[in-house]
Design a protein around this ligand. Structure first.
Ligand code: T6T
Length: 328
């Protein structure tokens, strides 16, 4: 199975599309101003910002970046409103933190003449052609249902297709983590000997995730595996397993390749780390803004960016290690 996963990771590496519509700005060219509004301060979005900044530099643009301190519409909405009120932004690259609740604030940005590109997360159902929400130019991000399935098959592989498993999630209403959970449940359902015995929501807080996981370890002494659906849920789950002295006995699959997750992989607490490609998301979103600015009218409304699947066996391969989220 690990061979299959490795193959999958290589396919994912090459399958990610790359667009080069744009060249550096010409002398005297009128240029757009970009806003970047991520979901929260975390290594995933910090690497995405590196991609945004690289593209902004390559194209000679200006960007205004604002980070919400914590996850949620009540924190992200006023920041978005303030970015709209500035009156000088042409494009907003953003990860909406709730697929329903961020629709109205984003619609207000559109009404003010700002074009939207969503990165990582989406609004509505993510189908910006036939879905309920079609105003964003594009949605650039991972295929999260597929990510959840990769996690399920990896767990099934180490567990021999048998055992009770648990999902440590973040918040209801977040497009990415909902889809990861969905994909994971679909994957687990393919193994008659496996059962999902619970799912908790930590509100994107690693300490809460650790407490919730610790309680599940107490309640379910036969628990064999855990899927941590993002940076903080995986971090909390890994710490709880370690504190309970169950490192290596309860398998943890970590979504998001932070340096902490990689340390836990090397220590044997985490079995597998699923890396997304936040740099690509950020870079391509700026490219799309520039392409649109210059008159390209057929930009894809959905760009899946692919994964790198990191195991103890391949973590030192430079072509894989490239996808670890390194924040200076
Ligand atoms: O997993 C990423 C991101 O894809 C998700 O939408 C929210 O959580 C992260 O930012 C990691 O903390």
């Amino acid at each position: 199975m690990f061979k299959k996963l490795l193959l999958l990771s290589i396919v994912a590496l090459v399958a990610a599309p790359f667009f080069t519509f744009t060249a550096a700005a010409q002398e005297g060219e009128d240029l757009p101003k970009i806003g970047f509004l991520p979901g929260v301060v975390d290594p995933f979005y910090q690497v995405m910002e590196i991609g945004v900044n690289q593209a902004v530099e390559d194209f000679g643009l200006e960007v205004v970046t604002q980070y919400p301190e914590t996850w949620g519409p009540t924190v992200q909405t006023p920041i978005l409103d303030a970015m709209v009120a500035r009156g000088d932004l042409d494009y907003l690259i953003t990860a909406p933190v709730d697929r329903e609740q961020m629709v109205a604030p984003l619609q207000a940005a559109i009404d003010a003449g700002i074009k939207i590109i969503t990165v990582d997360t989406f609004v509505g159902d993510g189908d910006y052609v036939n879905g309920p929400i079609t105003f964003p130019l594009s949605y650039i991000g991972s295929d999260n249902v597929e990510g959840g399935r990769i996690a399920a098959h990896a767990l099934a592989d180490v567990l021999g297709g048998e055992g009770k498993v648990f999902i440590e999630n973040t918040n209801v209403g977040v497009s990415t983590t909902e889809q990861r959970s969905q994909g994971f449940r679909e994957g687990v359902a393919e193994y008659p000997g496996m059962e999902v015995v619970g799912e908790e929501y930590s509100l994107d807080d690693a300490n809460t995730a650790a407490e919730q996981t610790a309680a599940v370890l107490q309640r379910e002494p036969e628990l064999a595996g855990i899927f941590g659906v993002n940076v903080f849920s995986a971090q909390g789950a890994g710490n709880a397993v370690l504190n309970a002295g169950l490192g290596g006995a309860v398998q943890v699959i970590a979504f998001d390749a932070t340096e902490f997750a990689i340390e836990q992989l090397r220590a044997g607490t985490v079995t597998l780390v699923i890396a997304q490609k936040p740099f690509d998301m950020g870079y391509m979103a700026v490219e799309f803004a520039m392409a649109d600015w210059r008159g390209v009218t057929s930009l894809p409304t959905r760009v899946p960016t692919g994964y790198a699947v990191i195991t103890a066996e391949n973590v030192d391969d430079p072509e894989i290690a490239l996808f670890i989220y390194q924040v200076p």
